[in-house]
Ligand binder design. Structure first.
Ligand code: C2E
Ligand code: MG
Ligand code: MG
Length: 417
């Protein structure tokens, strides 16, 4: 197409589309439904393309639409939005409804452009759409390449920081709501970069994953945490986050075992937190890995529940001990009827499956009162404490944590009965 353009022609636009949440469709519903979904996606795209351009399947779950020569940038955006919208609608197969979504990268194609470079840019833009939360489109712009360079420098700095134990464990208390005491802490990694200041885990965890450092990072943080926890006055549990990429690493279980043996930290006080997205695309493999972890003596928690697939199949088939309700449902729950229903539903589900429930993101006494009313056993959140460095854990255990915020006697006020 680039060759067919002449210097005076207006640019053409390409929308590159990748399906979100498509992989789990096969494992949850079977390959037949997976294939049928892809066909239906193609049908919807063809319909859309009749109005706006030419569609091509690039393989797997990737499609490209070359928009008509009449399309300007604004129309290209509208077309991208329509694509995203179309794919977000459920796909029905008999009794089954399949929900997927799409992320779209938009690029301009000008006279003389190298098509490989243009597709690379489209891919970059699509990556940005995914990183911004999926189910949306993003334009390519040169800043995205600059940011990528920035990420490379951060990745290099991170390597150095991990080697020098500068990525450190901080600890956020997990509270037994009824007994009103701290029974454990969650390890949250913190990185203070000498020039850039503190870099949030939301940023560096992903960089660590992309640059193959998440395994080393996790172990360094876990080892430091186990060493520090041995000095604490009470035998608190340690909750350790394992990200998706980390979970798939064949070295995960052996290296956790090594840390436990090396530091002498009792396995029964370790809880490994995994997210649903790590286990959803292959239950068989996930179960084997979780069983191996349990054989070490550690417990397993399903983190951020409610934000992902919220799959009943996953809950029933995998050996979880605990379930953590994502904070987006908990913070301000007393005023949010939808969240009340969701949390109450999750709790009864968990009770049926003998899972213990932790509510994340408790920020106010009202939040605490409400989740207590809904029978969540444990809570975590800024109301109790943010993450603190290890040397403050002992202090807090002696002092402030003795006077934890308690559920107000008059629950009725909060619950509104
Ligand atoms: P997460 O495992 O769900 O951890 C809880 C996050 O919620 C933490 O954010 C915590 O500071 C925040 N939080 C706790 N209570 C409240 C509250 O009341 N209100 C609000 N608004 N936020 C609250 P943080 O430390 O920024 O960590 C973000 C995520 O990064 C974690 O989510 C976890 O998935 C990941 N992460 C952190 N440390 C590690 C690590 O060592 N390894 C791995 N793989 N992931 C980590
Ligand atoms: Mg967690
Ligand atoms: Mg969480």
């Amino acid at each position: 197409v680039a060759q067919a353009l002449s210097p005076s022609d207006a640019p053409r636009y390409i929308a590159l589309m990748d399906l979100d949440k498509f992989n789990p469709v096969n494992s949850l519903h079977g390959h037949e439904i997976g294939d049928a979904t892809l066909q239906e996606v193609a049908e919807r795209l063809k319909l859309e393309a009749q109005a706006s351009g030419t569609v091509a399947r690039l393989g797997g779950d990737e499609f490209a639409v070359l928009l008509d020569e009449t399309a300007n940038a604004v129309q290209a955006e509208r077309a991208a939005q329509r694509l995203v919208h179309e794919i977000a609608q459920p796909f029905f197969f008999g009794e089954k409804a399949v929900f997927i979504g799409a992320s779209v990268g938009l690029v301009a194609l000008r006279y003389g452009d190298d098509i490989t470079e243009v597709m690379r840019r489209a891919d970059k833009a699509m990556g940005v759409a995914k990183a911004e939360g999926r189910g949306r489109f993003s334009w390519y712009d040169a800043d995205q390449d600059r940011q990528a360079m920035d990420r490379e420098t951060i990745a290099a700095d991170l390597r150095d920081a991990i080697a020098h134990d500068q990525v450190a464990p901080w600890f956020q208390p997990i509270v037994e709501i009824d007994a009103n005491h701290v029974s454990g802490v969650e390890i949250l990694a913190r990185w203070f970069h000498p020039e850039r200041g503190s870099i949030p885990p939301g940023v560096f965890i992903e960089i660590a994953e992309d640059s193959g450092q998440i395994g080393t990072l996790g172990l360094s943080v876990l080892r430091q945490a186990c060493v520090q926890a041995k000095d604490w006055a009470r035998p608190l549990t340690l909750s350790f986050n394992v990200s998706g990429v980390q979970f798939k690493d064949p070295n995960l279980v052996p290296s956790i075992r090594m840390v436990l043996e090396g530091t002498g930290f009792p396995p029964e006080r370790l809880i490994v937190e995994v997210t649903e997205s790590s286990v959803i695309d292959d239950f068989g493999e996930a179960r084997a890995k979780l069983e191996e972890l349990k054989a070490l003596g550690v417990a397993i928690a399903l983190d951020d529940f409610g934000t992902g697939y919220s799959s009943l199949t996953a809950l029933q088939n995998l050996p979880f001990d605990r379930l953590k309700i994502d904070r987006s449902f908990v913070t301000n729950i007393a005023k949010r009827a939808e969240c009340q229903k969701i949390v109450s539903g999750i709790v009864s589900l968990a009770q049926g499956l003998h899972l213990e429930v932790t509510a994340e993101g408790i920020e106010t006494v009202e939040d605490l009162a409400y989740v207590s009313y809904l029978q969540c056993q444990r809570g975590q959140g800024f109301l109790f404490e943010k993450a603190v460095p290890g040397d403050q854990v002992g202090e807090l255990l002696d002092g402030a944590w003795q006077d934890l915020p308690t559920v107000p006697v008059s629950l009725a006020k909060v619950v509104g009965t």
